[in-house]
Design a protein around this ligand. Structure first.
Ligand code: SF4
Length: 344
């Protein structure tokens, strides 16, 4: 291993390919052990209208300046437990991008029962929601433990059942770990017995981020990956179907290590910065955010050097993305040098 204290050479160049505006509007009622989002219970006092106005202004700017390839995204969360007026606002912002927002994520919803739950679903269906998305980590109590809420698996099943009976669809994200793998047949049988259209189903390991970084021992290994039943293998999602171990990722990552990293820049919007964002030209906001990202990367060695210092060619645990493996190296770099990882 090289001297971790030596000077940083040639940090990665960052190119902003878009902005993703984030509003912490709806607190989360889960405490998932694999949560990627820290402080999921912290909300903002910023009224919705200010957020929507800001994002719409960026769409106006994008159109007026012909930035066809610049992406404008939103994240309103961390849960989708929106009031109807917020739901309609989110739908308007999707429509401005030419997309339709029709699927509500069940992660982090407060518990509702009986008629209250039925009315909640009916209200969303009337507003244009056509389905729900569930994330499940195992079956029954194993899922409940991963999600930090007793009874959550049964609750999610009850929502999906009620929705299916109303003609609504469901999308499923199924986490694959060493302790959920033995439960997969039972999980798939339970899901297959639900009424309603299955609009999408995929299985995947956790991303390496947030709290999930604590569960490296739960990752599948190359051997497990190579012997998965066909019923699971066919659930690898098109976008993240490259399940490689660290030792397999390393040569792939080194092929493009000197290329600039293109990122959608995240921008948290809240009551403390809305005034600045409202009075500052869009170009300046983008340039400033790009500069902040670049500065945070300037403190980090280039990818090839990170790999030389921290890459583990013996690691046969499976990751979905090269970013996951890089995240591991950045954590090791922080442990060695105290340098925080770059903005992500
Ligand atoms: S539902 Fe999502 S935001 Fe909430 S704790 Fe779980 S992973 Fe985190």
């Amino acid at each position: 291993m090289l001297d971790p204290g030596r000077a940083v050479v040639m940090p990665r160049t960052i190119v902003g390919k878009g902005l993703r505006f984030s509003l912490r509007h709806a607190p989360c009622a889960h405490i998932c052990r694999y949560c990627l989002i820290s402080e999921s219970r912290k909300g903002t006092a910023l009224p919705w209208e200010g957020f929507e106005r800001l994002v719409m202004r960026f769409h106006d700017w994008k159109e007026a300046t012909g930035r066809d390839n610049f992406q404008i995204g939103i994240f309103v969360g961390p849960s989708f437990d929106y009031d109807i007026n917020i739901l309609q606002g989110v739908m308007r912002l999707y429509a401005r991008r030419g997309l339709s927002f029709q699927t509500v994520n069940l992660g982090g919803l407060r518990i509702r029962d009986g008629e209250v739950l039925a009315a909640w679903i009916d209200e969303r269906q009337a507003a244009g929601v056509t389905g729900f998305h569930t994330s499940l980590a195992g079956h029954g109590e194993v899922h409940d433990r991963w999600n930090g809420r007793a009874g959550d698996f049964a609750y999610q099943m009850s929502i999906l059942r009620l929705a299916g009976e109303r003609g609504m669809a469901r999308r499923e994200k199924l986490f694959l770990t060493q302790n959920t793998l033995p439960l997969f047949d039972r999980l798939l049988d339970t899901l297959d017995a639900l009424p309603g259209e299955l609009a999408g189903r995929n299985a995947s390991p956790f991303f390496y981020a947030g709290l999930a970084t604590r569960y490296e021992e739960e990752r599948l290994t190359e051997d497990m990956r190579d012997t998965l039943p066909a019923r699971i293998t066919r659930l690898r999602s098109g976008k993240f179907d490259n399940w490689l171990s660290e030792r397999e990722w390393i040569p792939v990552m080194l092929e493009t290590a000197d290329q600039p990293r293109k990122l959608q820049l995240k921008l948290d919007v809240d009551e403390t910065n809305i005034g600045y964002l409202e009075r500052t030209p869009c170009d300046d906001i983008v340039a400033e955010r790009e500069r902040q990202y670049q500065e945070s990367y300037n403190a980090i060695p280039a990818l090839a050097e990170l790999c030389a210092r921290y890459g583990d060619p013996e690691n046969r645990r499976i990751y979905m993305m090269s970013r996951d493996v890089e995240g591991r190296w950045l954590d090791l770099h922080r442990q060695d040098t105290g340098t925080p990882p770059p903005i992500d």
